[in-house]
Design a protein around this ligand. Structure first.
Ligand code: GUN
Ligand code: ZN
Length: 449
């Protein structure tokens, strides 16, 4: 067993429901087989477990591993395509790149970059939009499993209005999805998600096939996009004879507790009530919404209706993998909404990036905080000596202020170590250089499943 000694910040009690930041300046976390089996003040823990190896992490701040509830595997190389609204960005930036994943060798290179991107950002769990090509999705699962990440992903399907090579048929979508689910669903830390791209590119027959697949794969997830952009929403209404966007999925039985819909920037009240009744989650993707000019996320209305919300990076419309940046952008947006916004504290941001994500992905009993009984999925934030974040942390008045500074100034460069199930996926030396034992140049460490 290992006794981790650290300053630990987490949010086991939802700050949107009256909870506050849990901050332990000198905690001891006893980890056995990847599980936190006991936790307390370090001195008491060291006295209780004198024989166990101590890993001293007091040169940084330990947080729960981040949970990214919406991120696109094939879009790593498309990050940074600025200046376009959604449909133009898809046409010019995202879809040409996604078409390249028809080539398995290309997909392998992108999968390596994608998984490295997640790990370097401190993301330990993610709901991932896969590729339109089944072999590329297989490659993604293999890469994520090899790295040791907690990944839910699936084959992206569409049967209209996209470039020809990205289209499929309902039968093929079902067959290929089932084959992938049989290989990867509930294998180690991977799960399968039925993934129609968005109802703009999916007819009713294809959405029916998605429902059949979800029904036939026990415990499979559903994810898609909804209510992101005004032109997109108007096109969906036209294609579905005036049917509401959420309803295009709901009438096929696709909206439930194992559903996560990305964006939802422009929902109606009826749609919010539907999402709340069904227990579906919403992935709020603030840098993407800003980059594409999609709009300002109505968090207050989601919370008022009881809709569960967590953060998504939405790489590649989003501007990177870091949930520090998403948290900060979420904060900015609520500030800009004035009276209609929700004032967010640092504890809210940490919650949205960790425990809220775990809840939305149905992993709340396993990860999301670092309490006893949770898996040891964790991130060590340790800025370079003399960096602005280092200076800011040394002058923080209290833990909440320190956390605010981490969100204001933190980046992937400050992620010094990452664990999933107690195993290190990334380690960097104090100089910032990767020092993984069997890792590549990124410092990633190969982890057996
Ligand atoms: N809607 C359909 N596909 C996409 C995508 O790749 N990114 C975003 N942001 N929205 C979408
Ligand atoms: Zn997306």
């Amino acid at each position: 067993m290992t006794l981790f000694r650290a300053t630990v910040l987490d949010t086991p009690d939802d700050p949107f429901a009256g909870g506050s930041l849990r901050a332990d300046a000198d905690a001891g976390l006893l980890v056995r087989d990847g599980l936190v089996v006991d936790r307390g003040g370090f001195a008491a823990m060291a006295a209780r477990y004198p024989a166990d190896e101590v890993v001293d992490l007091r040169d940084g701040v330990l947080l729960p591993g981040f949970v990214d509830t919406h991120v696109h595997f094939p879009q790593v190389r498309a990050i940074g395509g600025l200046g376009m609204p959604l449909l133009q960005w898809l046409e010019r930036c995202a879809l040409p790149e996604e078409a390249r994943l028809a080539d398995r060798t290309y997909a392998e290179a992108v999968a390596e970059e994608f998984v490295s991107g997640l790990v370097q950002a401190g993301t330990t769990s993610a709901l991932v939009f896969g590729s339109h090509f089944a072999p590329a999705v297989d490659v993604l699962f293999a890469e994520a499993a090899g790295a040791g990440l907690r990944i839910t992903a699936g084959l992206v399907v569409s049967d209209r209005l996209l470039r020809e090579e990205l289209l499929t048929t309902p039968q093929r979508a079902y067959d290929e999805g089932l084959a992938l689910a049989r290989r990867w669903h509930r294998v180690g830390r991977t799960r399968y998600a039925v993934t129609p791209r968005f109802s703009l590119s999916c007819g009713d027959g294809l959405l029916d096939a998605c429902r059949s697949l979800q029904a036939d794969v026990d415990g499979a997830w559903f994810t898609s996009h909804v209510n992101e952009n005004a032109q997109e929403i108007a096109t969906v209404a036209r294609l579905f004879d005036g049917c509401g966007y959420v309803d295009t999925y709901d009438r096929h039985g696709l909206v439930g507790r194992r559903s996560v819909l990305a964006h939802n920037v422009h929902p109606t009240d009826a749609e919010l009530r539907c999402l709340a009744e069904r227990g579906a989650g919403v992935a709020h993707c603030p840098t993407s919404n800003a980059a594409l000019g999609s709009g300002l996320f109505p968090l207050r209305r989601h919370l008022a209706c009881g809709v569960r919300v967590a953060l998504g990076s939405d790489v590649g419309a989003g501007t990177g993998f870091s949930l520090f940046k998403e948290g900060l952008q979420a904060y900015f947006v609520q500030q800009l909404l004035g009276d209609e916004g929700v004032p967010l504290s640092a504890a809210h941001l940490l919650h949205l990036a960790t425990s809220a994500g775990a809840e939305v992905l149905g992993l709340g009993d396993e990860v999301g905080d670092l309490g006893t009984g949770r898996r040891f999925d964790a991130v060590l934030v340790r800025p370079a000596t003399g960096s602005t974040l280092d200076v800011a942390l040394r002058h923080a008045a209290d833990d909440e202020q320190a956390l605010a500074k981490v969100f204001a100034l933190g980046s992937t460069a400050d992620v010094a170590a990452v664990w999933v199930d107690g195993r290190p996926l990334l380690t960097r030396g104090p100089d910032g250089a990767p020092s993984g034992t069997t890792g590549d140049r990124s410092g990633r460490v190969a982890v057996p499943g």
